[in-house]
Design a protein around this ligand. Structure first.
Ligand SMILES: Cc1cc2nc3c(=O)[nH]c(=O)nc-3n(C[C@H](O)[C@H](O)[C@H](O)COP(=O)(O)OP(=O)(O)OC[C@H]3O[C@@H](n4cnc5c(N)ncnc54)[C@H](O)[C@@H]3O)c2cc1C
Length: 352
């Protein structure tokens, strides 16, 4: 994976860009390229901690066979190539944060805020939010809501918050095993709970976890969490039930369940844009929403004949950029050019 310069701190000042792209999936990434060719700079915001959307999160190692020019490429492989392709345009990545609000300012520009308290100001918004925001699946443990955000967390934003805690990590996939390995040195104690003795995570992680177990540095409990004990949002123990119904109490002050992610439309629904069954209707000339200056491309939009394919999203990005440039530079005359023959485009790409 190419390097991504991620915004690490919460910005206190607003970040100003020509364009803010909500969603760093394949279509949001390619939009940076099409906008860049027209001299529009962009910020990409994504709730995930990595670029690539569904390709990176749902099928990183699966082959895709219908990307033009690539007879076969994996999800991760495509994301790597897109990252390489947009590098000349130096977009800023603001990962691990969800865009919550979108408002129009009196001067016609837009203001977006995230759940990490960043503020962005821009002239054009591109919603490339795919199936919506990835949100963690909540395990079916009675009363778990009372501990969420205080003792139960579905992601690790700052490892330090887990230092010196009795940790309970639940799950058998990559996230559960990666965080078991990463948090073990910080934790006071760490217990991994999984319903089976087999793990879906990468074999290397499984081997490392088993080595920690053999050294007595972590504990493993077979079963499922069936109840939680504590008060005022502070967890003190979890009950783990095995397949025969036997229950064991495990002392813990922090619990991290990793049960995968589901996609929900999320805050997009509150931005005052016309929706059609959780999708955003757009025209097929500009891919603009019901709000001028707000575009929607990729899986999130709908129009007659829409196909939820990556290549369709790429086409939509190209046409969107041709419309967006007139909003950012209303006076500029735009001459259509090919990358093959335009030295001006080649300079922007840094190839001459
Ligand atoms: C298993 C599988 C196989 C597939 N195979 C193919 C294939 O072979 N060929 C093909 O063309 N397509 C395939 N697809 C479909 C393809 O993955 C999608 O069409 C593509 O990912 C859409 O890209 P996108 O950028 O529009 O959205 P996404 O990839 O969904 O990315 C959207 C991003 O927006 C972010 N986001 C959403 N809301 C917010 C918010 N409020 N704030 C911040 N970030 C937000 C999300 O976190 C996400 O990362 C497949 C899909 C799946 C699930």
């Amino acid at each position: 994976m190419n390097d991504v310069s991620v915004s690490a701190t919460n910005a206190t000042e607003a970040i100003e860009k020509d364009v803010v792209i909500v969603g760093a999936g394949p279509v949001g990434l390619f939009a940076v390229f099409e906008l860049g060719l027209l001299d529009l700079n962009a910020a990409l915001i994504d709730i995930l901690d990595k670029p690539g959307g569904q390709c990176a999160e749902l099928y990183p190692e699966k082959p895709i066979y219908d990307i033009p020019g690539f007879p076969v490429v994996t999800g991760d492989g495509l994301v790597d190539k897109l990252m390489e392709q947009i590098k000349p345009f130096n977009p800023t990545f603001h990962l691990g944060r969800m865009v919550e609000t979108l408002q129009r300012l009196p001067d016609g520009r837009f203001r977006l805020t995230t759940d990490m308290d960043d503020t962005f100001i821009c002239k054009v918004v591109v919603i490339a939010a795919g199936g919506g925001s990835f949100q963690p699946k909540r395990p079916p443990v009675p009363g778990i809501e009372a501990y969420e955000g205080t003792s139960v967390f579905y992601s690790v934003r700052r490892m330090e918050e887990f230092r010196d805690h009795d940790l309970l990590i639940v799950g058998g996939g990559d996230s559960a095993l990666d965080w078991t390995l990463n948090l073990q040195p910080l934790a006071k104690s760490l217990t991994l709970v999984h319903r089976r003795d087999e793990f879906r995570a990468a074999p290397d992680s499984v081997n490392k976890m088993k080595a920690l177990l053999a050294d007595g540095k972590i504990r493993f409990q077979l079963g499922q969490v069936s109840g939680l004990r504590g008060g005022d949002g502070q967890l003190s123990a979890a009950t783990v039930k095995d397949s025969k119904g036997y229950e064991t109490d495990v002392a813990c002050t922090r619990m991290l369940p990793f049960f995968g992610l589901t996609m929900k439309l999320g805050p997009v629904a509150n931005w005052g844009i016309n929706l059609d069954e959780n999708l955003i209707p757009v025209d097929t000339e500009r891919f603009e929403t019901s709000e001028p200056g707000i575009f929607a491309i990729g899986d999130i939009n709908t129009y007659p004949g829409k196909l939820k394919l990556i290549l369709c999203g790429f086409h939509e990005a190209a046409l969107m950029a041709q419309a967006a440039v007139h909003i950012v530079y209303p006076e500029k005359r735009i001459v259509f050019q090919y990358t093959t023959s335009s030295s001006s485009l080649q300079k922007k790409l840094g190839v001459i």
